[in-house]
Design a protein around this ligand. Structure first.
Ligand code: FES
Length: 103
């Protein structure tokens, strides 16, 4: 597959299954969430009021903001508390052992 437009981030082997981490790719702060053999990339700021999300504060596919408790789905960006707001999500590809992100 073509990686045009994708930016190289971390090695897939460095991600722990069912955990999320903060990364910086070309000066852009993002969260990566490994779930099995897939990796999901999201924005790092809560869609409610832009508070920085803590990657340790996840439950299954949800990331929970400590500010007011909003829960966002890491795969779809859907916010459980407010359907009109959405966590940013970005396409990812795993190629050559690395996670590539398009943003
Ligand atoms: S800023 Fe995250 S829930 Fe309000």
């Amino acid at each position: 597959m073509s990686l045009e437009g994708y930016k190289k981030s971390v090695a897939f082997k460095d991600l722990i299954d069912n955990q999320s981490v903060a990364v910086e790719v070309e000066n852009m702060a993002l969260l990566l969430h490994r779930r099995g053999d897939r990796v999901y990339a999201t924005g790092i700021y809560c869609p409610h009021a832009e508070v920085r999300l803590d990657p340790r504060n996840t439950s299954g596919d949800l990331i929970i903001c400590k500010a007011h408790g909003y829960r966002s789905n890491i795969k779809t960006g859907e916010c459980m508390e407010e359907p009109d707001v959405k966590l940013n999500t970005f396409p990812t590809v795993i190629e050559d052992g690395f996670v590539w992100i398009k943003f």
